[in-house]
Design a protein around this ligand. Structure first.
Ligand code: GLU
Length: 498
């Protein structure tokens, strides 16, 4: 394959905060597309907007991609034939193309202050057009190199007067481009503003830097979120003005809140949905689960399969199977994925995951015991950390008993029954699942009560809660000594309710 035929895609985040979950989806789709086609996946940091720059953001982006397993071929820390990959280090490059656009008459200087633009908006507002744009209609009333005499423009520039460079969008035309997900998309140029390309601080805006870099870095496919769709006609106009072929475009569907509307930070917070990748990491989601879940946020394989690890996604992915309508974010589904991935782990893998959480909780335990607990609990946990929190009773005697459970399950005869059961257990030679069960059923029979009458208070006494794995299997794992100690202590603490 000749170089120019090689698929090249990029993930181009702006370091303005923690990497958003939607950003990770964009990175994933680019990654999958690149790997699927044997292409290159480029990471480019779009950091020209100094007012929104956040120092830690880039480290967070790199960490999040590494955690998720999305390795890139060119970019910060890796280098590559188109370095540097930080836009803030490429200012001269953008200057060159801004000049080219100015010289070709496709861009112009504008000297208006923000206040003057604001005034124009107020004065020219009509009911049909409440917030007029800086465009072919209004630019004639403004202070720019299209309205001022050439001499005056030169004087102002030479005097260092603050100015921006704007794209000159001619009205009365249409811009049509093909989107790999949406098909043909058409915009009327009358609806597009004269976009600022170079700001008064001399830095390029996203639009200029993005187009120049996508071209120079030989990007073949731009895959990004739908929120960038309105920017695309501006970009197409710039490609045309510079005499360049635009890359293929693919705009991914919006991620919607379960309550409807876009999943903004605000409405995600309200629904308890984490928005940054870091939060998912900290809450203990498995990266494979999050990746699998995100892959399905806009794409599906066309059949019933749901479990795909990264290499399987690469195999199955196609941009044609990405939908165009918004997709609802479903945290329950993500938890389901997390559970599936925990169940697919070998006990050893799960133990490796659980260890740090146990350490954090100050729990020490030996390997053999931990292995048994993991075996008993793996089907019942949503997160690896649950073993150190919700299932803490495997490692430490309960210090409290769920009050609701006590009310419901610890009846007037509970203390007597539990004490009698403890005595029976003490006499047992073998302390395995079958023996402790037989002992309990025999006791129930003798006392003329249903087995549940003993099972429920015993569970409460052993774990402090009313749910968990099979009681008898749990008892075998806890061992005789621990069971006796806990049962007797509960009898003492809970005694006979009034
Ligand atoms: N820097 C833009 C962002 O933060 C990139 C958009 C694009 O992919 O063109 O998402």
């Amino acid at each position: 394959m000749a170089d120019q035929d090689t698929v090249r895609v990029r993930f181009a985040p702006s370091p303005t905060g923690l990497l958003h979950i939607g950003g990770l989806r964009t990175a994933l789709y680019n990654y999958l597309f690149a790997r699927k086609h044997g292409g290159r996946f480029v990471l480019r940091i779009e950091d020209t907007d100094r007012s929104r720059f956040v120092e830690e953001a880039e480290a967070d982006i790199l960490e999040s991609l590494a955690w998720a397993g999305l390795d890139y071929d060119e970019g910060p820390g890796k280098g590559g034939p188109h370095a540097p990959y930080h836009q803030s280090e490429r200012k001269e490059v953008y200057d060159r193309y801004a000049r080219a656009l100015l010289e070709a008459g496709r861009a112009y200087y504008a000297f208006d202050t923000p206040e003057e633009i604001e005034r124009m908006r107020k004065e020219r507002a009509t009911p049909e057009n409440p917030s007029p744009k800086y465009d072919a209609v209004t630019r004639v009333h403004m202070t720019n190199s299209l309205t001022l005499p050439a001499e005056e423009v030169r004087r102002r520039l030479a005097g260092g007067e603050p100015h921006v460079v704007r794209l000159k969008v001619d009205p009365g035309e249409t811009v049509t481009f093909h989107d790999l997900i949406r098909g043909e998309v058409t915009f009327a140029t009358g609806e597009i503003d004269d976009q600022v390309l170079v700001k008064s601080d001399g830095m390029p805006t996203y639009h200029l830097a993005n187009v120049v870099d996508d071209h120079l870095m030989r990007i073949t496919h731009v895959i990004r979120g739908e929120e960038w769709l309105p920017s695309t006609p501006k970009h197409v106009l710039m490609y045309r003005a510079l005499g360049w072929e635009p890359p293929e475009m693919a705009h991914l569907p919006l991620i919607l809140s379960p309550a409807g509307g876009k999943l903004s930070k605000r409405n995600a917070d309200k629904m308890g949905i984490p928005v940054s990748v870091r939060q998912y990491r900290e809450e203990g989601y498995e990266p494979e689960a999050l990746i699998n879940f995100l892959a399905f946020l806009g794409w599906n394989p066309g059949d019933e399969r749901e479990i795909f690890r990264l290499p399987e996604l690469v195999e199955a992915f196609s941009i044609e199977r990405v939908g165009s309508s918004g997709v609802q974010f479903n945290l329950d589904k993500l938890r389901w994925y997390n559970e599936q991935y925990l169940r697919m782990m070998t006990p050893d893998e799960l133990i490796v995951k659980v260890r740090p959480y146990l350490e954090k909780e100050g729990i020490t335990t030996d390997e053999a015991y931990l292995r048994r607990v993991v075996g008993l609990m793996r089907e019942r946990i949503s997160f690896a950390k649950d073993l150190a929190t919700a299932a803490r009773y495997f490692f430490e005697d309960p210090t409290t008993y769920d009050p609701k459970g006590v009310k419901k399950r610890w009846k007037a005869d509970a203390a007597d029954l539990v004490a009698a059961y403890a005595d029976r257990l003490e006499a047992l030679e073998r302390f395995d699942e079958a023996s402790v069960e037989a002992a309990l059923r025999a006791l129930a029979e003798e006392k003329g009560v249903g087995a549940g009458r003993i099972i429920h208070p015993v569970r409460l006494a052993l774990s402090g809660v009313t749910f968990g794995p099979s009681l008898f299997a749990m008892m075998e794992t806890l061992g005789k000594e621990t069971c006796l100690r806990r049962l007797r202590r509960a009898v003492e603490v809970l005694g006979k309710p009034e």
